[in-house]
Design a protein around this ligand. Structure first.
Ligand code: PMP
Length: 440
């Protein structure tokens, strides 16, 4: 049973991992948006491998693409040597980047999102000869040293000293906790002032950075979409000041937000695009899209053993083609708006739902202490404990959700992008059931 497997795992592993702690099941099978545990309980999976499984679990086309590689005689591991499959994958991926990728080249990195973030930071330092980076509160970029350094959350950094130097954090727009301020007109003006007047000013203490790194929709930070004008202004000032703009699309990319890339909502072109999760169709792969003019690598400057995962390129190519050929971004955009509407209706009945936000199928439900005093912005204090209880109640009711944001107060939906409307209705039923059983 689940318990026995979890107890054995606790013996095998060096510490208690966070997912099994929150979601205590041993998985036997999965199909589409459904996971079945070893006791044959079924769960609606709105986590989807932390947003990786764009086509859901075990999509037949994904399985077939793996089968094709296995029977073709291709080596599974090729370092970064080329193969016809890598050739097709690269051509297709490039064609999806802004301007059909004509101005971009790709860099295959190690298997994880953090690997690609590291490469992006190194490249920006190398290209500009500067060291600093500007990043944002609530941003998440991974757990390796550099990626953690630019992550705007103190808790995973607590045990570690000696971070990468000169990371300056700026506030990221927040629709609920700072409704007009940062992303609004005044915020955009303040941003311009910062870049135009403070950077490299002797008396400001702000050195000119190599890069600005951000997510167009923050994921782990609690599902925060940045306003288009704010992103456009960041694009403008970084270009004017010769600072590279790195867009981390690891979670928000690949039709997740209702556009192929989340930065497309603002119509901007990044200098470096960080891609992982769905780009490998469920298998480990991380790639940078680099504007050719910033490709400063020389031989040996950035290498790594696992950059040629043929299976991941096969499943990645299948995923990208499926998303594109079936116009999944539009479907996702429509479903997202519908779902936010339904959740807003639920918010009327359950005041602990402080705010519903997001784009496409990247949606956050912020849980608050509804009987406390609102702050000067009119928002209620985040309730991480209640959010954790709701996550547990959801789980007991066969619904898998992740949390994020302030004190983990935001329940997050990142389901397969192929989720049906019927399955979204099941989500709503299960979620409301969890609210009722939590007695809120
Ligand atoms: N960037 C973003 C936006 C992410 O959401 C994540 C993972 N959640 C990462 C980077 C790091 O990716 P990985 O866990 O594969 O290193």
């Amino acid at each position: 049973n689940n318990e026995a497997y979890l107890a054995r795992q606790a013996e095998f592993e060096s510490n208690v991992r966070s997912y099994p702690r929150k979601l205590p099941l041993a998985i036997a099978q999965a199909q589409g948006v459904w996971i079945t545990d070893v006791e044959k309980n079924q769960y609606l999976d709105c986590l989807a491998g932390a947003g990786t499984l764009a086509l859901g679990h075990n999509h037949p086309d994904i399985l077939q693409s793996i089968q094709n590689v296995i029977t073709s005689g291709l080596p599974l591991h090729t370092l970064d040597l080329t193969t016809p499959l890598k050739d097709r994958f690269s051509e297709y991926l490039l064609s999806l980047l802004p301007g059909q990728g004509k101005e971009y080249c790709l860099q295959f990195c190690g298997p994880s999102g953090a690997d690609a973030v590291e490469a992006a930071l190194k490249l920006a330092k190398k290209h500009t000869g500067r060291t600093g980076v500007i990043s944002f509160s609530g941003g998440y970029h991974g757990m390796t040293h550099g990626a953690l350094a630019v992550t705007g959350n103190l808790s995973p950094k607590e045990a570690i000293n000696g971070m990468m130097p000169e990371v300056q954090f700026m506030p990221y727009p927040h629709q609920y906790r700072c409704p007009l301020g940062i992303g609004g007109d005044a915020g955009v003006k303040a941003l311009t002032y910062y870049f135009d007047n403070l950077i490299n000013d002797v008396e400001s203490g702000v050195r000119k950075p190599a890069a600005v790194i951000l997510e167009a929709v923050q994921g782990e930070g609690g599902v925060n979409p940045a306003p288009a004008e704010w992103l456009q202004r960041i694009r403008k000032v970084t270009k004017e000041h010769g600072i590279l703009l790195i867009l981390d699309e690891v979670q928000a990319g690949f039709a997740r937000t209702g556009k192929f890339f989340a930065f497309e909502h603002a119509g901007i072109e990044p200098d470096i695009i960080v891609m992982s999760k769905a780009v490998g169709g469920g298998l480990p792969l991380a790639v940078l899209g680099i504007k050719k003019e910033f490709d400063a690598w020389e031989p040996g400057h950035h290498t790594g053993t696992f950059r040629g995962n043929q299976l991941a390129m096969a499943t990645g190519l299948t995923t990208l083609q499926h998303l594109k050929d079936n116009n999944i971004a539009d479907k996702v955009a429509e479903q997202g708006e519908w779902l936010k509407g339904k959740l807003a209706e639920m918010q009327q009945r359950y005041p602990v739902i402080g705010h519903v936000r997001g784009l496409g199928l990247m949606i956050g439900i912020e849980i608050v202490k509804a009987d406390a005093e609102p702050d000067h912005m009119g928002s209620y204090p985040a309730d991480g404990a209640l959010s954790a209880l709701l996550q547990k109640k959801c789980f007991e009711n066969g619904l898998i959700l992740e949390r994020g944001g302030r004190h983990g107060s935001v329940l997050r939906l990142l389901p397969s992008l192929l989720i049906s409307n019927d399955e979204l209705n099941i989500f709503l039923d299960k979620f409301e059931h969890a609210l009722l059983s939590a007695g809120v």
